[in-house]
Design a protein around this ligand. Structure first.
Ligand code: NAI
Length: 306
């Protein structure tokens, strides 16, 4: 069964190049009307250009429908104007891919407060502002598909990317709560952690890997996550055509017995606390609270039986 986006309106931020461009081209090829957003700056966020207009030309040349938008995702007024223009032109917004991003890599020791703030602002605040701008529309139409862009640097850590990693794990956290708040309105929120050869990673990939890590190889997973039958609340890794799911898990843990709630008891039971057998994937923070209560009940059962 082929998956189409006929009748859907999609906004892709940072779509003037790299992954965003690849998403926008394929969404348009599959029938979506696409807002190609990009400020068109350099990798560190400085300057601007008409990168978005060039991608719109490519889409039009291939027979698709798109409009260019040069809003900075960090500017609430520009973002609201972008969403308004999509709605006025096409009558709704069904898909948002928060993809815009910049890099200011340095070891934490050398990182300035400005390097930290700018990166968090574009990635995390930018994703929140764009999502906020489409949120009411999606709630009112009882349909929305939102894709956040995280990174292995946020999920697992990466030397020299404290700012970027903090923003990227923050984005995954944003998705977690928005999924809960949007569920009633069929707003599904997923997170992708891509790996692709773009200008962002141009210093990393050896030349013989460039074709393998073409952004096109991330597109299938990204588009599935914003399709009609998309899952929700997933964190998905995608690169070179390999698609993976990643989870935040919780161990069964160990309830410190009453009267022995001491540092020494934690130290003595560290292996038990971190034992991964029987670990679960909580679907909300409340679920963790329930596991705490269950663990306590279990110890009370044990202490009354003994
Ligand atoms: P890219 O640099 O080609 O794309 C990012 C785009 O965002 C650029 O076109 C840039 O002009 C735009 N942008 C930056 N600041 C903006 C702003 N304030 N407003 C609007 N647009 C803005 O790099 P790439 O690799 O395509 O990155 C896309 C996303 O994927 C980013 O969020 C990045 O962090 C993420 N990512 C990429 C990985 C990779 O292996 N390429 C790995 C993990 C995450």
């Amino acid at each position: 069964m082929s998956i189409t986006f006929d009748g859907r309106v999609a906004i892709v931020t940072g779509a003037g190049g790299g992954l965003g461009r690849a998403y926008a081209l394929e969404l348009a090829r599959r029938g979506a009307r696409v807002v190609v957003n990009d400020l068109g700056g350099a990798r560190d966020g400085s300057g601007s250009s008409d990168a978005a207009a060039k991608v719109v030309e490519e889409i039009a040349a291939a027979g698709g429908t798109a409009i260019a938008n040069g809003a900075s995702v960090t500017d609430p007024e520009q973002v609201e104007a972008m969403v308004r223009s999509a709605q006025e032109t096409w009558g709704g917004v069904h898909i948002l891919i928060n993809n815009a991003g910049i890099l200011r890599d340095r070891s934490f020791a050398k990182m300035s407060a400005d390097d930290f703030r700018s990166v968090v602002e574009v990635h995390l605040l930018g994703s929140a502002l764009c999502t906020k701008a489409v949120w009411e529309i999606m709630r009112a139409q009882a349909y929305g598909r939102i894709l956040m862009t995280s990174s292995s640097s946020g999920l697992f850590g990466n030397f020299g990317q404290a700012n970027y990693g903090a923003a990227k794990l923050g984005i995954a956290g944003l998705a977690r709560t928005l999924h809960l708040e949007g569920a009633k309105y069929d707003i599904r929120v997923n997170t992708i952690a891509p790996t692709a050869a773009t200008r962002m990673t141009e210093d990393i990939f050896p030349p013989d890997m460039l074709a393998l890590f073409n952004p096109d190889n991330v597109v299938p997973a990204a588009l599935y996550l914003v399709s009609e039958d998309a899952p929700t609340n997933m964190i998905v890794g995608a690169g070179a055509g390999v698609v993976q799911a990643t989870y935040v898990t919780l161990t069964q843990g160990y309830a410190l017995p009453e009267g022995r709630r001491t540092v020494e008891e934690v130290a003595a039971n560290w292996d038990r606390i971190t034992d991964r057998s029987g670990e679960i994937v909580p679907q909300s923070g409340a679920e963790q609270a329930m596991t705490i209560l269950r663990a306590l009940q279990a110890t009370q059962g044990t202490s009354s039986a003994t």
